[in-house]
Design a protein. Structure first.
Length: 183
């Protein structure tokens, strides 16, 4: 495809023309999917991340400056999706491992006093979360509970990544103070 055709296709994509989207998907889907399949070694996850890649590309088509080829830009988005997914899966695995340990300990622990203490800690954490300011609460919720990256949280909240990191850091400090009884 020549440079002129690429510019014309990009113009049509930015105008939201369905045929341009379909043509781009037909042209690039297989390459992006293959890239994801090699990275993830999981066909279902590769399919999901490929779809997320194209959805993100369409949502951010105006940010494509054509300094590289459209295919390169798609692969860059795909790689970021892969990294975000990998981070999310690691957080999920750590959370699940922590929950399994807690559940194993709770199941083994027939002492009602210990179970009551675990329930009390959970209640205190939720109480502490309710004490946060709304922007901090939402940042904690999206990052730690929903598993979004700071970049994704920033996009959701329409704020700079640095602001989201600052809010999260401040929220964690507040939670630590609250839970240690200093608030």
């Amino acid at each position: 495809m020549g440079r002129r055709e690429q510019r014309q296709n990009l113009k049509m994509l930015r105008q939201g023309r369905r045929k341009a989207y379909e043509a781009a998907v037909l042209q690039h889907y297989r390459a992006v999917y293959r890239f994801m399949a090699y990275l993830t070694r999981d066909t279902v996850l590769a399919e999901e991340l490929t779809q997320e890649t194209f959805a993100s590309a369409w949502a951010n088509i105006d940010s494509f400056k054509a300094r590289s080829s459209f295919e390169t830009w798609l692969h860059r988005i795909a790689y970021r999706k892969f990294i975000d997914s990998k981070r999310s899966r690691r957080r999920d695995a750590a959370l699940m491992a922590g929950l399994e340990v807690q559940n194993d300990n709770a199941a083994k622990d027939v002492n009602p006093l210990h179970r009551l203490a675990a329930d009390e800690n959970t209640r205190l954490l939720y109480e502490a979360m309710r004490s946060l300011k709304q922007p901090e609460y939402i940042a904690i919720l999206l990052h730690y509970i929903q598993g979004l990256s700071f970049r994704q949280v920033a996009k959701v909240l329409n704020q700079p990544v640095g602001t989201v990191k600052w809010q999260t850091s401040r929220a964690l400090k507040t939670l630590k103070q609250y839970l240690s009884g200093r608030v």
